[in-house]
Design a protein around this ligand. Structure first.
Ligand code: CA
Length: 226
């Protein structure tokens, strides 16, 4: 039988809280406290989504991630402490779909689950058009429309926006953006991104200081608002 969400979390109180909250929302939930238990569960449960704590007693979540991805098609959301910032980024670069930093609110958790579910449903085929508020990114026509008006972007500005649009509200790390746009040897040049993000915000945001579309995830990367 397949379940909606597998919670891999060794802190009993947090695991219970997550399981209770998500069950109350109608999700079918199972839990695992250890990595070996999680690997046994995925084969049986075939979860649609996985909440993965990075700090597990028998194996770190980062090395568990590829093993989970081999065994099921689940979207993986990393759950981590603030002190695990670099591991969180490594997990996103290794294919995790999203992350939550402890402590997080129930509203935040549910919002991330909705994004992950939407992505899973849209997994095939890839959406060719991304619409959020007044902003429309047409990936086929390579056209960006804001409130009915075509916006002229430079090729790099467009590339950056297109990658965020293709990710559909999911965070994209600095390294992923830099490698996709400028190549592997520029994966540390985050100042490139700041420059282009500032330009994009000036063209697309009503208030560039309070962006609605181009959201900064501090220390991690960027996502398109939804
Ligand atoms: Ca833990």
């Amino acid at each position: 039988m397949s379940v909606d969400i597998l919670i891999i979390e060794d802190e009993p109180s947090l695991s219970r809280l997550l399981a209770t909250t998500l069950s109350a929302q109608g999700y079918v939930v199972t839990t695992a406290m250890r990595a070996d238990e999680a690997l046994a569960r995925v084969a049986v449960d075939d979860p649609a989504l996985i909440l993965l704590d990075l700090g597990l007693p028998d194996r770190d979540g980062l090395s568990l991630l590829p093993l989970l991805k081999e065994r099921c098609q689940a979207q993986v959301i990393i759950v981590s402490a603030r002190s695990q910032e670099s591991e969180k980024i490594a997990a996103l670069d290794a294919g995790a779909e999203d992350y939550l930093t402890k402590p997080f609110s129930v509203a935040e958790l549910l919002a991330r689950l909705r994004v992950a579910q939407r992505r899973r449903q849209e997994a095939v085929p890839v959406a060719q058009r991304y619409v959020v508020g007044d902003l429309e990114v047409d990936l086929e026509q390579r056209q960006v429309v804001l409130a009915g008006e075509v916006i002229k972007l430079t090729p790099k500005e467009y590339q950056l926006l297109a990658i965020l649009a293709q990710s559909g509200g999911r965070v994209v790390t600095h390294a992923q953006l830099l490698q996709a746009i400028w190549g592997r040897h520029h994966s540390d040049d985050t100042h490139y991104l700041r420059i282009y993000l500032r330009q994009l915000r000036q063209k697309l945001e009503r208030d560039p200081g309070e962006p609605r579309y181009l959201i900064t995830e501090p220390g991690v990367g960027y996502r398109l608002g939804d």
